[in-house]
Design a protein around this ligand. Sequence first.
Ligand code: HEM
Length: 414
Amino acid sequence: LLFAGRNVMRLQALLGDPAGRLFGVDPTRDPYPEYERVRRRGVLVKSRMGLHLTASHALSTSLLRDPGFGVLAPNALSPVDSSAHVGGRRLVNPVEESFLVLNPPEHTRMRRLVAPWFTPRGLRAQTATVERVVEDYLDEVAGRPTFDLVRDFAGRVPIQVIADLLGVPNADHTAFARWARALVNAIDGVRDLGEMRALHQGLREFQEFLDDLVEHRRREPGPDDVVSALVANEDLSRDDLIATTELLLVAGFETTVNLIGNAVLAVLGHPEVRERLLDDPSYAEAVVEETLRLDPPVQYAVRVPFATTEVAGTRVPGGTPIMMLIGGANRDPGVFADPHRFTPGRPEAREHLSFSSGIHYCLGAGLARMEAAAALRGLFRRFPDLRAAGPVVRRPSRAIRGPARFPVTNGVKK
Ligand code: HEM
């Protein structure tokens, strides 16, 4: 735990001071003016703590695709010490032991195992489930004149979709959602050893749950879920299996919640967009794409050069983190016309880096797009007059951007 505590401090030290004010300010504040300040300072900007930052679209893209750069070494910044044991069980770090932070060749091997669920064919097979999940949660809020868009809708759809993808039996969905939420909240907000212990405890319980699920699927494989397929693969260790399952949850849950939240915020802020969406529900896809660009749920990615190298005229020693400000790159005027404007359907829409680029390009991008579009279509079809019913509270996170609390009124007169 103490070792893990030091890691938290390193994490905070690293995030505490990029480019002076950038992350030293209230994390719920609009970060986009800060990214513009980084852009004005240069293509690659060095903070006092030695962290390099870029808001350049061209540089971010080339670094993300450069085989001379990799993801940070596992554990370097993690709030979970992978040698930690709780109750005699080794904790598998859900992020740091997954392929999100592996470099090739291990990355390639692990990513391949789950890729089939995310092909266009795999996604088509999931569309009906996603639409059903959206309608189920809309049914639940339909009787209430006001509800919280995040707690009661956006926060529930993705977790249900992932539970189905992983093959969690229906009877366990409530427990699964509870662990998933505890895990994701803790990872976002570990500030001291008390929270660290809570995270470790939650992780242990969640892993027990997954171990049980694995046993269940060994005895009774489902027809097409991820866990049943991974269990059948004899080359995969228990820890790899747990890490991959947890990655799908951690990577696909909160990100999608925030995409739906940000997209609804954008629609409420642009009456002409709402009008068009009501006329043509297929417009939801363009709205989701432009939300991804202008207000991305994941605000940055980090890469390190394997060896000392020159980047935009600066000598960068091997192993030095470079932070690519996705939210800044997505407003690079060299790529996006009138970059601060919300313009669904703009021709260069898909140039954004919200799903990263290169070998770690988000595996779930298609699922996220499909889910968010289904959520928007369903929501505005059901509640065409949806309105904010109080102040929106932003998530207190620098890495993930979206509303934490978002009271709405469904506009239906009783
Ligand atoms: C990777 C964003 C939804 C699974 C990533 C990365 C980003 C990202 C930026 C790359 C990080 C890096 O380059 O360092 C998002 C956003 C989402 C979303 C904004 C929703 C709006 C999902 C969903 C799933 C998923 C729904 C699956 C259920 C993954 C996986 C990786 C990943 C497995 C690791 C890929 C690799 O390392 O090869 N995501 N994601 N994501 N995402 Fe997503």
